[in-house]
Design a protein around this ligand. Structure first.
Ligand code: MG
Length: 290
């Protein structure tokens, strides 16, 4: 879907836009234009008149940071999790708070939906975010995940981690804003039902799906969570001296089989989510190597 968005931006905003995406600067800018940026799924053309045209599949994504009036920014907290779809590696949950004082800087960094960012980009941006916002990063390693998963379904685990991340923020002395957004993974009633046993429960949460591209704090949480996941992943690969494949594909089965041949089946619980059907596939691969 090709979208065109036209904004009127003052000189300093046009400069900021150019600096943010300078890697896409084109040497063949159209006549009468100030500059043109050729980015993946979006071409941005700025004119000295102040008109800036965003064109392409991701026009909205790129324009978003520059079309939001900062004065409307509301302090809010957000949380998201990563790693639940990957056979290998931990589940990471992050809750963070974004205040209007950092919103501008964060938008300038080009924070957007983490699903639209490469791992390399996130590894670069996350450490800056972690200095800018208050956050709590929880990493549920595979050994603990496998233990906990015996008595809880995945959504219950997620609910407990999200709740804990907010509690950790409070423990750090961070005041939680009125607006708290969880990237929704379960109906609201289920979320609180999963937390019934918890000593302390953070309430008044707003649940919304695809929140990572609507709320800056959720976008930041998602990027920091991915960072935690990638760092843990790197450590696992180094520790075992093996490259591992993300996701849960057949390639993952083969990686796991190679791992088991080297380290034994028992060790798999320390790097993989054993309830995935990949575990059965590995058993088959090991039993019938040909
Ligand atoms: Mg999510």
């Amino acid at each position: 879907m090709n979208t065109t968005i036209t904004l009127k931006l003052p000189k300093e905003k046009r400069l900021q836009l150019k600096n943010t995406w300078s890697e896409g600067l084109s040497d063949s800018a159209p006549e009468y234009s100030e500059y043109q940026l050729k980015l993946e799924n979006c071409t941005i053309t700025a004119y000295t008149s102040g008109t800036v045209v965003f064109q392409g599949k991701d026009a909205e994504v790129y324009a978003a940071a520059f079309s939001k009036p900062e004065s409307n920014f509301v302090d809010h907290a957000g949380s998201d999790e990563v790693g639940t779809g990957d056979y290998f590696g931990p589940v990471c949950v992050v809750a963070c708070v974004v205040r209007s004082s950092s919103a501008k800087h964060l938008m300038e960094l080009g924070i957007r939906d983490s699903k639209q960012m490469s791992d390399e980009e996130m590894l670069k941006i996350a450490p800056i975010l972690m200095k800018e916002v208050d956050y709590s990063l929880l990493i549920l390693d595979n050994a603990r995940y496998n233990r906990v998963h015996r008595g809880n379904n995945l959504n219950a685990i997620k609910a407990r981690l999200h709740n804990q991340a907010y509690l950790n923020l409070k423990k750090k002395g961070v005041a939680l804003p009125d607006l708290i957004v969880v990237d929704q993974f379960a109906p609201e009633a289920s979320y609180y039902r999963y937390l019934k046993q918890e000593k302390e429960i953070v309430r008044g949460i707003h649940f919304e799906t695809k929140a990572e591209n609507k709320y800056l704090a959720v976008a930041c949480a998602s990027i920091i969570a991915r960072y935690g996941f990638l760092k843990t992943w790197q450590a696992l690969e180094e520790h075992y001296g093996m490259k591992l494949t993300k996701g849960a594909s057949e390639k993952v089965d083969r990686d796991a089989a190679a791992f088991v041949k080297k380290y034994g089946f028992e060790e798999l619980r320390n790097i993989a989510k054993l309830h995935f059907k990949n575990t059965d596939n590995v058993r088959n691969l090991i039993d019938f190597p040909f």
